[in-house]
Ligand binder design. Structure first.
Ligand SMILES: Nc1ccn([C@@H]2O[C@H](COP(=O)(O)OP(=O)(O)OP(=O)(O)O)[C@@H](O)[C@H]2O)c(=O)n1
Ligand SMILES: C[C@](O)(CO)[C@H](O)COP(=O)(O)O
Length: 231
């Protein structure tokens, strides 16, 4: 099946979208929950597809929703849809296995970061193209951070100047991501973590407040406001 966006693009974007959304609460798989009348997944794919470097998009959908997701995305962009797994890492691996020959750069981008600007896709891809084997968008940590024992006893204050909150899209040389997944052990929360385990340097670029992850009900409310404000 052909599902190319820009045939001259050098980037494949994997979109893990198979999570249950337990922290968001009841209402079905999170990627299919609505934001301003459209699913988080549709918002995410539309913004990815608008990035000029993108050659291919592969979505990892909940196994029971693969056909429904194909129908949902058909009017949005040409995409490949595969079944995700029980863990995010497995969903990414399934999507990676479906990338056709061609793209030398692979980005992994959460459907749950639905309002991520297309420009961030280009920024991450450009940093990989410039020679970094692995690239992540990050934001500074703005709160004072305490280490605690249990829920309530403070052990100390952490130096936040060295901490960063990590977003997606995370970008990789294709062979670097493939090798990291081939060697993967216990599931990690992001793909850069797998690459770190291979001793590959990971480079940070500035993230975006609009790339917030819809995790809890408050995040969905915030995203609704951002969307209504034109983002
Ligand atoms: N088995 C899984 C788990 C997560 N994801 C995707 O990975 C992204 C980031 O995961 P997260 O926000 O943690 O989503 P959920 O796992 O759905 O959230 P929760 O932990 O609250 O259930 C989401 O786009 C989610 O759909 C996935 O493709 N496959
Ligand atoms: C890759 C990621 O978006 C990094 O923030 C990841 O999906 C986070 O998962 P978490 O379990 O919600 O930290």
């Amino acid at each position: 099946m052909t599902a190319q966006l820009n045939p001259r693009g050098d980037v494949a974007v994997l979109v893990p979208a198979a999570g249950a959304g337990v922290r968001l609460g009841p209402g079905g798989p999170k990627a299919l929950r609505l934001l301003g009348g459209e699913s988080l997944l549709v918002h995410a794919v539309r913004r990815i597809a608008a990035a000029p470097s993108v050659h291919t998009v592969v979505v990892a959908a909940p196994a029971a929703e693969v056909d429904a997701v194909r129908r949902l995305l058909a009017p949005v962009a040409p995409v490949l849809v595969v079944a995700g797994g029980a863990e995010r890492q497995e969903s990414v691996a399934n999507a990676l296995a479906a990338v056709p020959p061609g793209p030398g750069i692979v980005l992994v981008h959460d459907a749950a970061r639905a309002l991520t600007p297309s420009a961030l896709v280009e920024t991450v891809a450009a940093a990989v193209r410039a020679g970094h084997p692995a690239v992540i968008p990050v934001l500074p940590v703005i709160d004072t951070i305490k280490e605690v024992d249990g829920d309530s006893v403070v052990l100390g204050t952490v130096d936040r100047s060295a901490l960063r909150a990590v977003q997606t899209p995370q970008g990789f040389r294709r062979e670097v991501l493939a090798a990291a997944h081939a060697a993967a052990g216990d599931p990690l929360t992001d793909d850069a973590g797998l690459v770190e385990q291979q001793g590959v340097p990971v480079f940070c670029v500035p993230g975006s407040e609009y790339a917030l992850k819809v995790t809890r009900p408050f995040d969905l409310t915030l995203a609704e406001h951002l969307l209504a404000a034109g983002h």
